[in-house]
Design a binder for this molecule. Sequence first.
Ligand code: AGP
Length: 368
Amino acid sequence: YVVDKGNHRHFMEKEIYEQPEVISHALSHYVDFASNRISDNVNAIDFKTASGLAISACGTAYLAGLVGKYWFERYARLSVEIDVASEFRYREMPLSPSQAALFISQSGETADTLASLRYCKDHGLKIGAVVNVKESTIARESDAVFPIMAGPEIGVASTKAFTCQLAVLASLALGAAKARGTISAEQETELVRHLAEMPRIMSRVLNLIQPQMETLSRELSKCRDVLYLGRGTSFPLAMEGALKLKEISYIHAEGYAAGELKHGPIALIDENMPVIVIAPFDRFFDKTVSNMQEVAARGGRIIFITDEAGAAASKLPTMATIVLPNVNEIIAPMIFSLPIQLLAYHTAVFMGTDVDQPRNLAKSVTVE
Ligand code: AGP
């Protein structure tokens, strides 16, 4: 059927604003909202007895997987081996049939991801697919399919598929934790309650930050380079922010673990390169702020993406501070994705690029 842009200028914008609705749809597949428990269908892969988990994907789907690694390791105490599919498929890593494997792909047709899947299948691993297109090759070749229910994503830059992948991965990680007995029933219901609140918070945030994102994007569109920093699950988000910006605005951007700043990228800091710091008020906050201090001391201009508690706790001068509501750690990556997506989107609009069809890129990469 035909998908149109509705009232939006671009599919990307439409897909950003669709997120509260599609995430709610995705969650309802994996979570029982009546009891605030994870549904049993997440155990279509036997996480309980798995000796480890291998994850492989490309681009944005890989970055969703990287957030997933933090969750599986923290909540389910399951160690995760993750790599971009183009490396994973050739690394000749030792694998055992006691491990499970997850392949994340919006299209379900990405050549390298499919090759990684086949490599794991040949080694006897149980295969799970986190896909948007349920009829795709990756879905067909898997033992269990975990649909992300995002609906058709037309914009080449992935937005709603990313946050739906995150919602599904969070549910799978909590399901694995439940099966492995590494979280209590109380912790499970508490975390699920936070997941259930997420769509409503997303709607509120989208409305709240829209004007500020447009103003800031005007500034960003004048820059040649942008650095994104984050720790913990905000580290993959920093890389996702950089990927999104370069894909559609063609501005050079890099995402770094905040703690790596002094191991190289600090040499780049000057008044011309904005540094976007992603720092919810979590257990990494103080560490990230001290990295921010190092940026400020060298005349760097900081765009600080934080929450109310974080904004109150830091007195550092910034070029702009984006204040999101305080949310539980499990949903922070999805909520903090919103300003990152909108910044990239509006910057590209200011620059007049072809937002939905950026140069040189294909929506689905079916060749190696
Ligand atoms: C995301 O904005 C990119 N266009 C790209 O990195 C994409 O996520 C990647 O090619 C993977 O595609 P897939 O999810 O369809 O496998």
